[in-house]
Design a protein around this ligand. Sequence first.
Ligand SMILES: [Zn+2]
Length: 245
Amino acid sequence: MAELKTKGIIVREMPVSEYDKRVVIITKDKGKITAFARGARKPNSAFLAGTQIFSYGEYVLYKGKSSSYNIKQVQLIEPFHNIRNDIDVLAYGLYVLEFSEYVIQENIPNNRLMKLMLKTLQVLVADIINHELIVEIFEIKAMSYIGYTPYMKDCINCGNSNNLHYFDARMGGVVCDNCFNNKCVVNISSSTIYTLKYILASPIEKLYSFQVEDNIKQELKNITAKFIDYHLNYKFRSLDFLIHL
Ligand SMILES: [Zn+2]
């Protein structure tokens, strides 16, 4: 079996026997994979740093008798150690990993989403803009990268371009006052519509370059929560922790 050399980020690590480890890696070439790292928990292991959660590196992998991968070599690119310095940043970082692990499929690479993950972790560590806003932006962009792009141009139900005051999570876009129906609908202001359009249109490099008022942040939070809940219908464990921060 040929070797595979690919860049990746560790999203989960599980101890196996006394010294080994099994990790889940989001990779550039194979999407989500599970890999075995022999001896990775020994203090002098060459795999020690490169197999910790958040580590971003270049991995050389091979397949053994079973279908899962084994790590042969790791070259660490960015350990994201500083993410552990602040409990708030750590919690949001863990959510970014959990979300990505859930939505990225095995053997189906999603390079835009992987790039978004790395950028999001960088800005969380850099501590320049509000952490909650960073994660809201991440969620909107990530949903878009897996095929759920909120429709913001005009009313998703009738095409009306006026009186757009609601976001319908089930339909996946803004709705006008005439099409408003109570199920899965949250209020949206024109400033929040503008912000969402900016997030959807912006390249990853320019994504985390703005601040918003608290009311917009709150609206974004309501919208992403409903939108993700309706379309993914999955309860992220790291969110429980964030709610209690
Ligand atoms: Zn309408």
